[in-house]
Design a protein around this ligand. Structure first.
Ligand SMILES: C[S@@+](CC[C@H](N)C(=O)[O-])C[C@H]1O[C@@H](n2cnc3c(N)ncnc32)[C@H](O)[C@@H]1O
Length: 451
């Protein structure tokens, strides 16, 4: 393999994409990763970093552009770390994501599964129903926006193309109100000042919106800001303050206080009602969640008399959407506010045979197995790091007839599918779902059945 040096210049054709959406070129077999270039493009580039096995480059000129190249529609795209693939048109984005799932599942692992066409989003903008907006004080004013890539430097943003319009309107309004009220803002380096983040979350038709102020300490200086917000935005039905006084990158702290209205907002999903508190997980793209859940429910193929385990269940959405007539629904979730929401959501939807366990899936599942629980179907929807080995062990031991695995990380999905297919299961086709257009993230869903 050739070794290249920093600042060396080359001309090459982009051969492929990394799973992060960067283009891959090879100089005598040595791979160099370059952002914002498309497969098939001929580019002049310079090497900006050369490691032993791979390097990184920066485009100097696109000599032959792909037909799928577009000008990023967002003016902040080249500074902001929120989106990674806006130079790809939506067709190419979907192609990239389908291929990413295929490579993760089939080329890196021992599996040979069919990858279905990705379930795309229309339109692929203004979908995010949750915005986590860091706040900083700079040049005599409050700034709110999103971080530059790999940094905690905030770009002051007026309009983010992937978050819903109501979020943009509120973000700009709150920033102005913070400036008017001279609100104290957190300084990360000094660990001083009050407001760290503003979190905005809305339901599908914007009839209920929550604003959460995450603060370093308990001071409540928000009276005038709350008055202004609720006067201008009557759909804001919940304003809460979450206290996070730790030196940490984790956004939420332990305590949440309701400042105005309810502690939650309510959303409708597949005809069911869901209450969502600030710290509970809820899928960020409502339209795509409906399609993802419909696919997961289709794969579960329920008859109505099953015992269902919904693990990593959040506020109970998948299990409660899946059926009106299960024998029993057992949810497992590690975040307390989500478990409390899930219990309320069962009641809200008239379901009296659901129980929710607070704890880690790996611990609760083992306990359920030792108590003799015999699920027919298990929904598994873990965070990016995938399932804990002890959870998978317990799952294989209890051996439900069907497992429906929803994943937001194809590489941990592949690892967990490998385990389950070596322990008695056969995996079906994998369906990618584009929950996060303009970013390099991709969701996927697959059914496993006992062999
Ligand atoms: C990707 S979310 C899915 C939630 C839900 N199924 C949905 O569709 O909204 C993953 C959930 O797993 C929870 N979680 C993370 N680690 C966990 C663990 N070890 N055991 C149980 N739940 C966990 C998170 O709090 C989060 O609610």
């Amino acid at each position: 393999m050739a070794q290249v040096a920093k600042n060396e210049r080359f001309t090459a054709t982009v051969e492929d994409y990394t799973h992060e959406g960067m283009g891959v070129v090879k100089i005598e077999g040595y791979p160099i990763f370059i952002p914002d270039v498309l497969k098939g493009e001929e580019i002049d580039f310079k090497v900006v970093k050369a490691n032993r096995k791979f390097g990184f480059g920066k485009t100097l000129e696109v000599k032959e552009a792909s037909n799928n190249r577009i000008n990023p529609p967002c003016p902040y795209y080249f500074q902001c770390g929120g989106c990674q693939i806006q130079t790809l048109d939506y067709l190419e984005q979907q192609h990239f994501k389908t291929t990413t799932v295929d490579k993760a599942i089939n080329r890196m692992g021992k599996l040979d599964l069919k990858i279905e066409s990705i379930i795309g989003a229309e339109p692929p903008f203004n979908y995010r129903n949750k915005s986590q907006i860091p706040v900083q004080f700079n040049d005599g004013k409050v700034e709110m926006g999103f971080y530059r890539p790999r940094s905690h430097d905030i770009i002051d943003i007026d309009d983010c193309l992937i978050q819903k319009d109501i979020h943009n309107e509120l973000m700009v309004f709150i920033r102005d109100e913070f400036n008017k009220a001279r609100i104290s803002v957190y300084d990360e380096a000094l660990h001083q000042g009050l407001v760290r983040h503003v979190i905005i979350r809305s339901n599908h038709d914007d009839s209920e919106v929550q604003v959460a102020f995450v603060t370093n300490g308990k001071k409540n200086l928000f009276g005038p800001v709350i008055e202004a917000i609720t006067k201008q935005f009557p759909m804001v039905t919940s304003i809460v303050q979450n206290i996070n006084d730790k030196k940490t990158n984790v956004i939420f702290g332990d305590e949440t206080i309701t400042l105005y209205g309810n502690a939650y907002i309510t959303d409708t999903l597949l005809g069911k009602q869901f209450r969502i508190k600030a710290k509970s997980f809820y899928q960020v793209n409502h339209t795509q969640t409906v399609k993802l859940y419909q696919k997961a429910i289709e794969l579960a193929d329920l008859k109505g008399d099953e015992t269902i385990i919904d693990t990593y269940c959040g506020i109970g959405t998948i299990g409660l959407c899946a059926t009106d007539s299960a024998k029993k629904i057992i949810g497992i979730e590690s975040v307390e506010s989500a478990v409390l929401d899930a219990r309320e959501n069962a009641v809200l939807n008239g379901v009296d045979n659901a129980e929710y366990h607070l704890g880690k899936s790996e611990d609760v599942m083992k306990r359920l197995v030792s108590q003799g629980v015999e699920p027919d179907v298990v929904f598994v929807d873990p965070p990016r790091k995938g399932c804990h080995p002890e959870f998978l062990e317990a799952l294989a031991e209890v051996a439900p007839e069907k497992i429906v695995y929803v994943s937001c990380n194809p590489s941990t999905l592949q690892r967990d599918l490998n385990y389950l297919t070596e322990h008695g299961y056969k995996a079906g086709p994998v369906t990618p779902v584009d929950m996060f257009p303009q970013t390099n993230h991709v969701e996927a869903v697959v059914r496993l059945e006992l062999k």
